[in-house]
Ligand binder design. Structure first.
Ligand SMILES: C[S@@+](CC[C@H](N)C(=O)[O-])C[C@H]1O[C@@H](n2cnc3c(N)ncnc32)[C@H](O)[C@@H]1O
Length: 246
């Protein structure tokens, strides 16, 4: 179900990413920027599928989100299918940017590349402080970058960097358990999407990418499976759109 009028710069569909992407027009999207389930809640396949909320032990499972307990093969299948749709939906030279956890990079990069996209880069989001864990405690997350066509990749600033430093969204203000900062999405969008262009996020969560798109003069299409996150995202995007219009 689309929740905005066609004249507004954003559209959020509630439903499954693959089904919805299949209904969009070919070569209608400038950039796909998305943060899918990481499925990284453990080191073994059994641990990943146990839905352990990525090791965040104080989170009740019912407050977590769907799809985060696939094994490696399931996640590779899902994201390769998204990459096949990306090849159809992106304008020539357009970009697909996919957030992921370090444990999954070695499986996901070849799976996505095998859809026919060019693997261009690995972007590091430096969160500025260490997270939970032992030994080398995690301070960064990663974003895989692919383009439709290699030499004809389209970029819209010359000052993009593959290191983005930005603090996490504080727990008390989060709309989603794994919400990403709007600023990180803004930094990604300015490189891969022209102003006035269209961004697609098939795993929208709380629509942080949508807020980034609207605040930076881009159009946004999102897909999200959870009714609750769709409801919160609609409120968020209506508020942002009215602030931008004011
Ligand atoms: C990592 S979260 C996205 C968080 C988002 N970037 C934010 O900042 O709020 C992934 C989202 O994908 C959604 N999801 C999982 N499987 C899906 C599917 N097959 N189709 C659409 N959405 C899905 C989950 O409900 C979850 O909200």
């Amino acid at each position: 179900m689309a929740c905005s009028k066609p004249t507004t710069p954003w559209t959020l569909y509630r439903g499954d990413a693959l089904r919805r992407l299949a209904s969009l027009e070919p070569e209608s999207i400038d950039a796909i920027v998305t943060d899918p389930p990481y499925c990284a809640g453990g080191f073994t396949e059994k641990e990943k599928q146990a839905a352990k909320c990525m090791g965040i032990t104080n989170k009740p499972k019912e407050e977590w989100f769907v799809g985060d307990n696939m094994g490696t093969a399931g996640l590779c299948f899902l994201l390769r299918s998204v990459a096949c749709e990306a090849l159809r939906l992106l304008k020539p030279g357009g970009s697909l940017l996919v957030f992921c956890d370090w444990r999954m990079v070695s499986a996901l990069a070849p799976a996505l590349e095998s859809a026919g996209l060019r693997h261009q880069n690995l972007i590091v989001w430096d969160k500025g402080s260490i997270g939970l864990g032992r030994g080398f405690r995690p301070r960064h997350e990663l974003v895989l970058h692919f383009t439709k066509g290699g030499s004809k990749a389209r970029y819209f600033t010359r000052s993009g960097s593959n290191l983005i430093a930005c603090k996490r969204v504080p727990g008390r203000t989060r709309n989603h358990p794994t919400e990403k900062p709007v600023e990180v999405f803004e930094k990604l969008l300015e490189v891969v999407c022209p102003e006035g262009g269209t961004v697609l996020d098939p795993f929208a969560g709380s629509a942080a990418s949508g807020e980034a798109a609207l605040r930076s003069g881009r159009n946004w299409i999102g897909v999200e499976l959870s009714g609750e996150f769709c409801r919160k995202s609609r409120q968020r995007l209506r508020q942002v759109a009215s602030e931008v219009a004011a």
